[in-house]
Ligand binder design. Structure first.
Ligand code: HEC
Ligand code: HEC
Length: 355
């Protein structure tokens, strides 16, 4: 797709001329800067957003309309190490085979676990602590400017990107705000909706006995998981203290408090999505648990019920009385069998998401 230098110069002249006669380009270039060499947006293929059956309707932003070409550009950026200055790309910490999460905590993030990227189109609260409230475009802006500290002088020297942004956004002046847009589109299409659990809810497949029992534990008062990890999305995208700590030893353990400074937010985290949870190798914000068995043991009898702002769900009278959920070993295994039905092989192997 690389233009010859000569073509580029001609295109530049045409671009300047059209700018001079203030001819409005179809792409509605809202950068307000001169974009030499850019002849404006080309015609693109609208992306047909199919909301998965029974999911709530996702809100798509009006100022970043989805097109097949823009999503492809976002994917290209996702896998491009030139966005960072240390050889990393987004995939370094977000691997498709693991539901776009990855092994090990991130040093850069003070020991926070790498997050999965799935069904983000339904979120408003982002990051473990919910420190970003807004759109995926806002999150991408942060990942570029704060994490990668992307060198936009360098990026603006890459002719291929200048051409692609010109064609798909009508400007070749690549800013962090602009680059955030196609990246956010790629994030939006990372939809996982074809796990065994989904096929079960649609009546297309049956659960075995253990999965069925586990599902009952998860979605009834017995396990009480569904209050924060509700049907289908498996996260309420809200904030809770689930009683993980009574002493907040590490800075990151304070969660939302770090960002609001409000005492009631101490140890409060945004509920994580449990889809593809069995593919992760560490659990909770700091990756303290290595297996689902450890997670279930925690919910069963290690919740710190005495913590002042622990979520009321965690300290219901029966739980206080029993000092936890009091699940049997078999029930714990059944709960885990259910969690494994949330794995979506279509999602983790889909070639549409591959570079
Ligand atoms: C060094 C590892 C690393 C790299 C590289 C990285 N991320 Fe992340 N990402 C994380 C961690 C850790 C978090 C959670 C940070 C927090 O909670 O403060 C995160 C959070 C996110 C989230 C929020 C998910 C949610 O559920 O709220 C998105 C979206 C995201 N990253 C996308 C990207 C994209 C796109 C790139 C490339 C531009 C990228 N990340 C590069 C480690 C990384
Ligand atoms: C009061 C709300 C609430 C309830 C009830 C709840 N959770 Fe959670 N869950 C959370 C929050 C918040 C986190 C993240 C905590 C952290 O990282 O510090 C979490 C984390 C998890 C994780 C780790 C996910 C990851 O990616 O690291 C798993 C697995 C999990 N919960 C399963 C369950 C199960 C199973 C139940 C029922 C036995 C349950 N949860 C009940 C709020 C809740």
């Amino acid at each position: 797709m690389k233009l010859h230098n000569k073509t580029y110069i001609i295109a530049g002249v045409v671009g300047l001329l059209s700018a001079a006669i203030s001819c409005k380009k179809p792409g509605n270039n809202n950068s307000g800067t001169s974009n030499t060499g850019c002849n404006g947006q080309v015609e693109m293929t609208p992306y047909d957003w199919v909301n998965p059956p029974r999911f709530p309707q996702a809100e798509l932003p009006a100022d970043n309309v989805m097109y097949v070409e823009r999503i492809a550009l976002g994917k290209k950026l996702f896998y491009d190490t030139r966005l960072s200055n240390n050889g990393e790309n987004c995939e370094s910490c977000h691997k498709q085979s693991m539901g776009f999460s990855a092994k090990d905590v991130s040093e850069f993030d003070k020991g926070l676990q790498k997050m999965p990227l799935e069904n983000l189109a339904w979120y408003k609260n982002f990051m473990w602590s919910g420190r970003i409230v807004g759109t995926l475009e806002d999150v991408m802006f942060a990942e570029l400017t704060k994490r990668f500290k992307t060198d936009f002088t360098k990026i603006n020297e890459i002719q291929e990107y200048k051409d692609l942004f010109c064609k798909y956004y009508g400007t070749d002046n690549i800013t962090p705000e602009l680059m955030a847009k196609p990246l956010a589109q790629f994030m939006r299409v990372l939809v996982t909706k074809n796990s065994k659990y989904d096929r079960y809810t649609l009546g297309l497949e049956k659960f075995n006995y253990a999965e069925e029992q586990g599902s009952n534990i998860f979605f009834t008062e017995k396990g009480d998981c569904f209050h924060c990890h509700p049907v289908l999305l498996l996260t309420d995208n809200q904030f809770h203290n689930n009683g993980l700590d009574s002493v907040y030893a590490k800075d990151i353990d304070k969660g939302r408090f770090n960002f609001t400074g409000i005492a009631a937010d101490m140890g409060v985290f945004r509920t994580p999505n449990l889809r593809n949870v069995a593919l992760r190798t560490e659990y909770m914000h700091d990756g303290r648990f290595k297996t689902l068995e450890e997670v279930v043991d925690f919910y069963d009898h290690q919740v710190h019920m005495g913590v002042k702002n622990v979520d009321p769900i965690m300290v219901k009278p029966t739980k206080l009385q029993n000092n936890g959920l009091k699940l049997t070993d078999i029930e714990k295994q059944q709960l885990i069998a259910f969690l494994k039905t949330l794995t979506d092989d279509d999602f983790t192997t889909n070639s549409y998401f591959k570079p």
